[in-house]
Design a protein around this ligand. Structure first.
Ligand code: AMP
Length: 121
């Protein structure tokens, strides 16, 4: 899938729509999810134009890959949830119900999160 520069996270990165920012560095931006699914629900995104984890792991530089994973840990510590625990999750593609086609890692925390995944129907 080609990257669509008009996706909502591209617009956030360009400052065209607002976000509740929690972290920014050379390679990443993190902000609160607009429709939180847990007491803490933050998204960490790369600044580069990557559709999904598939696209990112195929094309991103080592600095971008390290930067994204370091940012996830840093954001969790900054939010004060590293000790109590959190779930980092990314949806890639149709079967995972990816809705926004710019790679994002969800951080869910602040409460017990239950089982990792629903069993297949
Ligand atoms: P996914 O299904 O993994 O693609 O998740 C997309 C996420 O983006 C959802 O949790 C949405 O609530 C979130 N989202 C969509 N638009 C915005 C926005 N403008 N600001 C923050 N989060 C958003």
């Amino acid at each position: 899938m080609a990257y669509d520069p008009n996706n909502v996270f591209a617009k956030i990165l360009r400052g065209e729509i607002p976000c509740k920012k929690v972290h920014e560095d050379a390679h990443t931006l993190a902000f609160h999810d607009i429709n939180p699914q847990a007491k803490v629900h933050v998204l960490v995104i790369p600044k580069g134009r990557y559709v999904s984890m598939d696209d990112f792991t195929a094309k991103a530089s080592e600095a971008e890959i390290v930067g994204l994973f370091r940012a996830v840990g840093q954001v969790a510590r900054q939010l004060g949830v590293a000790e109590s625990g959190y779930r980092a999750l990314t949806n890639a593609g149709r079967h995972a119900h990816q809705e926004v086609d710019h790679l994002h890692i969800h951080i869910f925390a602040g409460q017990p999160l239950g089982r990792m995944i629903q069993p297949p129907m």
